[in-house]
Design a protein around this ligand. Sequence first.
Ligand code: SAM
Length: 215
Amino acid sequence: MDWLRKTKWLIRQEITWDRMIAANIRGWRFWQIDERIYWLYKPKGNDLIGEELKSMHALLTSIWRFSPERENSHPAPFPVELPVRVIYSIMDKKKGVVIDPYCGSGTTLVAAKILEHDFIGIEISDEYVKHAQERLKNYEKEIKSVKEETAKHVVLKTFKERKEEGKFTGRYRPQTNNRKVMDSRQQEQEMTLFNYVENNKSPPRICKNFNIPKS
Ligand SMILES: C[S@@+](CC[C@H](N)C(=O)[O-])C[C@H]1O[C@@H](n2cnc3c(N)ncnc32)[C@H](O)[C@@H]1O
């Protein structure tokens, strides 16, 4: 972080990427499955934080769960969903230029292209430049993954609607016997709220059928 202190950039948010997979082969430490994403902002005058995110983006949490990309010969690619979440949340409907100074196999560039932004990639290895160019030619293959990510950016109900319908709005809600069946987006929003309930219990586990078990 020393280099950052020497710049004018501030950390707007630290995001944890839960890679949901580990490759440690020895037991000196617990398996490290997370990486950090730093969202930096360069203040403009008194504006130390920048524009507010639209609710549909901000309702996603600061813990991002994506498995690493597997069908990619680059040794350290991230999944296309990750730059899609970044670009779509920050740019929303605006158009701009996305720059990735270490673009590797071009994941960020593919995300920018599909989201219809201009983009610039910088990469030291000729091999990876060719890889990125090839991916960009075949970007259609990745549209499905991009759409799956953008589909998560929705507000199912506003705070006002939830309140009017007597739904959970952030305060402690006693457990009921009714198990809920939700789609993944509903579950993510509910999980966000549950995680902050002051009942000192572990958040509900994610189950395959998206039921939230009683604790
Ligand atoms: C972690 S990888 C990025 C992977 C990329 N996000 C992807 O999904 O494929 C970092 C990349 O930076 C490249 N790199 C390292 N030093 C560089 C430099 N000085 N200038 C440009 N690229 C560099 C490496 O060759 C490597 O492909």
